[in-house]
Design a protein around this ligand. Structure first.
Ligand code: SF4
Length: 307
């Protein structure tokens, strides 16, 4: 077996696939914080047209949604999948087959959504799929709460990193995602992703390599957007692509927290855009104002300064 795959599975023995380092033996079926077992669980896989324009392109992003999550966000919009275990166990061979099917359908990339806790199995499946001819770029789409050991193994394997930067305020990270060290861990992980992949390279409208960061604006600036934008501009590059998302709405357990039991308003969103521009960020995506006002599907622009 390839050395990287062996090293990856080793991380499951006393599980340290993510910064929680539960220490459970996942290889023997023990379950940690994320509730993931030995076999990967997939909730769905299909061509997805709702990602950022260079990720979805014309033919869609070949998205594979994994069950469970190492974060536990009270407002998670996918909570049936991430926290309630909706999905089906699959073998690594079946997982490789999904990738090949998505590529055969014309998808521009293979987009692994929340794979952190299944990294070794996904890696093994990628090797099987590559041997069978898979060529599409691989997208690591995650909550940004990642371990350096796991990311190190993925160096040279992942083409496009799409991490969240959810909070610069660890009080919020603790309260809403049960991750009191989120910002420190997140910054280290995102730096490593940038080191591996660099700025986003887009050819004929399609992303080929690089990093694209997502930031969800929360009510009352509870995410601490300013520090996140300053980190990206100053410590990565002002050219980093950032998607500043307005789509927050209170679902799952958010109604237990009055301060986040509402959508964001136009003022809050425009303030986040202003802070991104002030920090010097030049590239990215913002949702048009009508999205917030009319609460409908987002539209996109690919230059923060254009609207
Ligand atoms: S991947 Fe799951 S079991 Fe492993 S350390 Fe993280 S939360 Fe714990």
């Amino acid at each position: 077996m390839n050395n990287k795959i062996k090293k990856a599975y080793k991380l499951m023995e006393k599980c340290e696939l993510c910064p929680r380092r539960c220490g459970v033996n996942r290889l023997k079926g023990q379950i940690g914080f994320c509730k993931a077992g030995l076999l990967p669980m997939v909730s769905s896989f299909h061509a997805h047209f709702g990602e950022e324009p260079p990720i979805s392109g014309h033919n869609g992003s070949g998205t594979i949604f994994f069950t469970h999550c190492s974060l536990r966000c009270v407002f998670c919009q996918n909570h049936p999948i991430s926290q309630l275990g909706s999905g089906k166990e699959v073998s690594v061979e079946e997982l490789a087959g999904m990738m090949l099917k998505l590529e055969a359908e014309g998808c521009h990339n293979i987009n692994f959504v929340t794979l952190t806790h299944y990294m070794p199995q996904v890696l093994e499946a990628v090797f099987i799929a590559r041997e069978k001819g898979l060529k599409a770029p691989l997208v690591y789409n995650c909550g940004g709460y990642e371990s350096m050991e796991a990311l190190g193994i993925l160096d040279g394997i992942i083409d496009i990193y799409m991490p969240d930067m959810k909070y610069s305020d660890n009080m919020s990270a603790k309260k809403y995602s049960n991750a009191p060290d989120y910002f420190e861990i997140n910054k280290i992980a995102v730096r490593e992703m940038y080191r591996q992949a660099g700025d986003l390279k887009i050819e004929r409208g399609i992303a080929k390599k690089g990093i694209l960061i997502r930031h969800l604006v929360l009510p009352e600036n509870l995410a601490g957007s300013q520090k996140i934008f300053e980190f990206i501009a100053n410590e990565l590059s002002p050219d980093t692509y950032v998607n500043i998302m307005a789509q927050y709405y209170p679902c799952h357990l958010a109604n237990k927290f009055p301060e986040i039991d509402r959508r964001i308003n136009v003022r809050e969103y425009m303030e986040a855009i202003r802070l991104a521009e002030k920090a010097g960020l030049k590239n990215g995506f913002r949702q048009v104002m009508s999205t917030i006002k009319r609460k409908r599907v987002p539209e996109w622009t690919d230059n923060l300064k254009e609207l």
